[in-house]
Design a protein. Structure first.
Length: 234
């Protein structure tokens, strides 16, 4: 369930927004000051923030809301933030939208418009986070491959990269490996990579032809086993 944090010093507004959002299957957190908002963000997983622009010091300047916005962005730079206020400061709105505010709405708000904005922003936020995770995984894979002995193999496809990733993971484990594939797929090169990156890389990797083996044995396939076991190819 997606979580939305509402920050507004007006308790009635917090209650109205929370009721509307809960009826639309959102988990809602509410607080009434910038300090409480930052505290909740530090301890809770939040997918979107709806924040007021004016709190206790000054009800029209928007300075407290501006400071809260930048504090939220500093702690979680990609978090979608919707700014809400009964006092519209055009210059402040333009500044914060340029700085990354997801939306800027006046009070009273339009329920349908607000819900539509929330739905779209959370979907984009989740997609962005998924892309960041994928980028981190790809970076880790590239680092692992860069540090490995690839036995001179050259490749350019994502499928081959995933295959080599798996080979490098298996090379560190104490298991026997069966490699299958058509002629020219690179089975022998994968066997070399498995051996070259294993704890037993200083031992001999024996090779043998499978074509002369009985039909009941593994035929037309490559087998690589630990401890200088058996490696065969058709």
């Amino acid at each position: 369930m997606d979580t939305i944090l509402i920050v507004d010093d007006n308790h009635a507004i917090c209650q109205a927004l929370a009721l509307m959002l809960e009826l639309n299957d959102y988990r809602v957190l509410t607080c009434h000051s910038p300090e409480d908002a930052l505290g909740l963000l530090a301890t809770q997983d939040v997918d979107l923030v709806i924040q007021d622009m004016n709190f206790t010091r000054d009800t029209t300047s928007g300075e407290e809301g501006r400071q809260l916005f930048y504090a939220l962005r500093e702690r979680q730079g990609d978090l979608p933030i919707i700014l809400m206020t009964a006092w519209t400061q055009l210059e402040t709105a333009v500044e914060l939208v340029k700085a990354g505010a997801a939306d800027y709405m006046g009070k009273p708000w339009d329920d349908a418009k607000l819900l539509n904005s929330i739905t779209n922003l959370i979907a984009l936020y989740k997609l962005s986070r998924a892309n960041h995770r994928l980028e981190r995984v790809n970076h880790q894979r590239q680092v692992a491959i860069a540090d490995a002995d690839l036995c001179g193999i050259v490749f350019g496809s994502g499928a081959m990269q995933r295959c080599i990733d798996l080979a490098l993971q298996l090379a560190r484990s104490d298991v026997s490996v069966l490699i299958t594939g058509p002629n020219g797929a690179g089975k022998d090169k994968l066997a070399d990579i498995l051996h070259a990156n294993s704890p037993l890389k200083k031992q001999t990797l024996y090779q043998g032809q499978c074509g002369g083996l009985a039909d009941g044995f593994i035929r037309g396939r490559t087998v690589w086993c630990r401890g200088g076991g058996f490696y065969g190819r058709d």
